[in-house]
Ligand binder design. Sequence first.
Ligand SMILES: *[C@@H]1O[C@H](CO)[C@@H](O)[C@H](O)[C@H]1NC(C)=O
Ligand SMILES: *[C@@H]1O[C@H](CO)[C@@H](O)[C@H](O)[C@H]1NC(C)=O
Length: 342
Amino acid sequence: MCSFSQKKNILVVFLVLTVWTSQVMSRRLSEAYSSVKHEKWMAQYGKVYKDAAEKEKRFQIFKNNVHFIESFHAAGDKPFNLSINQFADLHKFKALLINGQKKEHNVRTATATEASFKYDSVTRIPSSLDWRKRGAVTPIKDQGTCRSCWAFSTVATIEGLHQITKGELVSLSEQELVDCVKGDSEGCYGGYVEDAFEFIAKKGGVASETHYPYKGVNKTCKVKKETHGVVQIKGYEQVPSNSEKALLKAVAHQPVSAYVEAGGYAFQFYSSGIFTGKCGTDIDHSVTVVGYGKARGGNKYWLVKNSWGTEWGEKGYIRMKRDIRAKEGLCGIATGALYPTA
Ligand SMILES: *[C@@H]1O[C@H](CO)[C@@H](O)[C@H](O)[C@H]1NC(C)=O
Ligand SMILES: *[C@@H]1O[C@H](CO)[C@@H](O)[C@H](O)[C@H]1NC(C)=O
């Protein structure tokens, strides 16, 4: 008996020890695995941290993000993929983004010129469309750490309109908008597509990218002869809110600027497929809708140009699920779309 019980105790101790060491081991292993991953990632994206404390902080966020991505895939079949990208050590991703000033955006929405939606009565709409194939979209650009998405979206719509009306694709200047647009817009601190359109219409055009190249930081507004507007717009109109049908009519005619909520982890790490969320309608980003279509699986999507470089998404683009039940559209894409007029 005694010997039996001793054996049992030893067994229990052994088991406990085994479980404990294996837990410690696996924790160490996973820590080591993440650490190697982090180092590799840092090298790949040329990341340098100012000190060890900053590195440790970024490492913890990186680890959590990797875990989020791995759990997402482990959870089984999804219409889209995520991947570790240049944002992998960022946790408050929203803070890197854009306006963060939804309140004012909503005020704008209420007062905009919905009355003059010139595409209201159009009936002939192709079943799919890709403005890239029609030569109306410049290559993907990268806003960097400046919250200038609003300038990128503005410019992309004007590049598109100019190509459609004049047959010439010219890359235009975001930096001019960052430096010069006032109103409620604050350069790299965030801004509004509405302000940018108004500025360009009043000034008499926007400069070309070549004449006023992107710096990604606030600079003073340059008013030189070379920076005179090369592409002019008359003004802008708003697509009636909360209608993906109306958005379709507009996108069928030209690339359209849209506000979306892009601050969620799924959007942050999107890499391919038809994005279905999660996201809400807490607008924090501006993108450009440059087409639409239907995927093989039957999912209808919006083809969206982003300004986060080509490493993100499908070479810089995201296909977002179209015609969802919520009238706001996925991530609020149909809440406040705008387009310039020639
Ligand atoms: C950029 O300039 C605007 C004024 O145009 C200012 O409000 C904003 O705080 C500046 N942003 C940064 C990041 O310096
Ligand atoms: C997700 O990634 C896998 C592996 O690269 C690929 O085979 C699959 O087609 C991707 N799925 C989507 C929806 O893009």
